[in-house]
Write a protein that binds this ligand. Structure first.
Ligand code: ARG
Length: 586
């Protein structure tokens, strides 16, 4: 493993050093280095430096330049505009880094020096219910963040907070106990997911009975009490429902290719034995108080539309616990038992108030110490083509598997048009990678908090800002690499003068680590998407201007092959962090 100091970091150090030598008393010595089309980089920080000194920024820039000189990284320096410093870097600095990155399995990217423990709560579907597009977003975003944080060196613990406990199950369990074959093998089913169709059937049948038969409704309510009391028969039925649901969830996860495993599924029921304790502690410490029989936490700044304070209810007046109590128990467990230093929740933006109240309560109770960060990473809504929240025409939630199948179908058409000769097995594999990759990229490339329109045709397009475009760029690179002539290998030749398109690609490849850091710093995967998209299009420009296999000399060919190879490696690694596959051919 060789970590590589990027050119941007090397320049940053030199400039910051020069600033503090020229102006030892200056408070803010940040050169604010950016990529620029005037030179390779531009430092914009001198203006801010000049202001408190009441000096002419151009003169301040010139003073800073006195402490900088051309070296192995810097080729040329000049003051430009009202006090910017333009920096051109040497071709050698670029070539050296390309070679070092291509030779390293981490592409030269640093791993965190002080890794923490991040618990990431994502996916969180509900037992006996179809997953909806909200769960799709949580699953895709959570998976990308988990992968990226792990790559950056963080210890990541995944928590799939399944909705597997609560009063809503009384009716289902009661029906199941009265109709024990309900979840049995249903050989007639032609559904692609028999588990979910059995559960849907159970749901419909028990709902109908609940609505028409008051005795059954009463038995169902009593069943809830038995579930909470841990009655053995009740738990057996409950468990069979959980198991059946997990078969369905796992089919979705396998289809999506996400990292969630059975061990990560720690649902709400897991915290059930801790809830009484959580409430007792909150009441004893005075964080929660009784109000109309319920145990509540109040906040000065959280009020309902009527101006009355909106409390967080941790125990209802009938003694029942709720969603908030479970989340509090989970925080205690994640910090106290798992040693979390950071808690992330990938949940619909509409739950913002819930998490605000839960985090504040946990802070007051001392379960969430100052140095442990807790963040609700909300996301926007998936919309239909009509711009309204995505629903079927009859207003039901859209079946997730159906959507994924649709994306894979469209991808199959795109792939078979490009490669009509493919054998069916191979076609299926590629269609899956393209279709699922397209869905994921469309989700991840939109800023997390924004809504987006689910449009399968656009998602699988070979051009534009799509996952398919990235996969296509990757496959084209692999095709060139396969054609490398005998006796030639990707390599850099340090004294070669680079063409502008080669420099542009080389400098961008050097920024991969910075792109990864942006995601771990902001929890916004779209920044990595934007980087990869720009990499693929910069590569296309390079390829149009710089023939690779017909290069003018062997040295040039080898250097260009290395640029191709490292672009391929970077695309593959970057897309892997997003959970998107990279087929070798398209
Ligand atoms: N199961 C919930 C739902 O479908 C989401 C759970 C979110 N996670 C949490 N720790 N509260 O809306």
């Amino acid at each position: 493993m060789t970590t590589v100091t990027s050119i941007a970091d090397a320049l940053q150090q030199r400039l910051a050093q020069a600033i503090s030598t020229a102006f030892p008393d200056a408070a803010d010595g940040d050169p604010q280095l950016r990529r620029s089309d005037r030179a390779d980089f531009q430092a914009n920080g001198i203006m801010g430096l000049a202001k408190p000194l009441r000096a002419n920024p151009r003169e301040v820039a010139a003073r800073v330049l006195e402490h900088l000189a051309a070296d192995e990284v810097i080729a040329n320096l000049e003051v430009s505009g009202p006090g910017f410093i333009n920096v051109t870097v040497t071709d050698t600095a670029i070539l050296e880094r390309l070679a070092a990155r291509a030779a390293d399995s981490r592409l030269g990217v640093h791993s965190s020096a002080e890794p923490g423990v991040t618990v990431i709560d994502y996916s969180q579907p509900n037992i006996a219910k179809e997953m909806h597009v909200g769960h799709l977003r949580s699953t895709i975003i959570g998976d990308a963040l988990a992968r990226t944080l792990e790559f950056a060196g963080e210890k990541v613990i995944r928590r799939n907070h399944l909705g597997d406990w609560g009063t809503q199950f009384g009716m289902l369990i009661q029906y199941l106990i009265e109709h024990p074959d309900e979840l049995g093998d249903d050989t007639e089913s032609t559904d692609t997911n028999p588990s979910m169709s059995r559960l849907n059937h159970l749901y419909k049948a028990s709902r109908a009975k609940f609505d028409s038969d008051t005795d059954f409704a009463d038995r169902s309510r009593r069943r809830v009490v038995e579930l909470q009391a841990g009655d053995a028969d009740t738990l057996v039925s409950w468990q069979s429902m959980v198991d059946e649901s997990k078969v369905y969830f796992e089919a979705v996860y396998a289809r999506l290719g996400v990292l969630l495993e059975d061990a990560d599924a720690v649902g709400e029921s897991y915290y059930n034995p801790m809830l009484a304790d959580v409430c007792a502690d909150l009441e004893a410490s005075g964080v929660a108080v009784r109000s109309d029989g319920a145990l509540c936490v109040f906040f000065d700044d959280i009020k309902g539309p009527d101006g009355e304070p909106t409390p967080l209810i941790v125990q209802k007046s009938d003694g029942g616990y709720g969603y908030a109590t479970t989340d509090l128990a989970a925080i205690r467990d994640r910090v106290g038992m798992l040693g979390a230093t950071q808690l992330l929740y990938i949940v619909d933006a509409r739950q913002a108030l819930h998490f605000q109240m839960v985090f504040e309560t946990a802070r007051r109770a001392g379960w969430l110490p100052e140095d442990v960060r807790a963040l609700h990473l909300g996301f926007g809504t998936v919309l239909g083509k009509d711009g309204r929240p995505f629903k079927t025409r009859s207003g039901e939630t859209v079946r997730l598997m159906g959507l994924l199948d649709e994306a894979v179908d469209r991808a199959r058409t795109v792939v078979s048009e490009k490669s009509p000769q493919l054998a069916s097995e191979e076609l299926e594999e590629r269609a899956k990678q393209v279709g699922i990759g397209a869905v994921k990229y469309a989700d991840l490339s939109t800023s997390r908090t924004r809504d987006y329109v689910f449009d399968v045709d656009r998602m699988v397009s070979l051009t534009g800002d799509t996952g398919t475009y990235l996969q296509y760029a990757y496959a084209r690179i692999q095709s060139i690499l396969r054609k490398t002539p005998e006796g030639v290998a990707p390599a850099t030749h340090q004294d070669l003068a680079l063409e502008p398109a080669e420099r542009a690609l080389g400098l961008l490849l050097d920024e991969f680590g910075a792109a990864v850091n942006q995601v771990t710093g902001t929890f916004e995967p779209h920044r990595l998407c934007a980087y990869l998209h720009s990499l693929a299009s910069t590569y296309t420009t390079f390829y149009e201007h710089c023939p690779v296999l017909k290069a003018p000399s062997r040295e040039v060919m080898e250097t260009r092959l290395l640029l191709c190879q490292l672009t391929g490696q970077t695309l593959r690694q970057g897309m892997d962090l997003l959970g998107i596959g990279t087929p070798e051919r398209l």
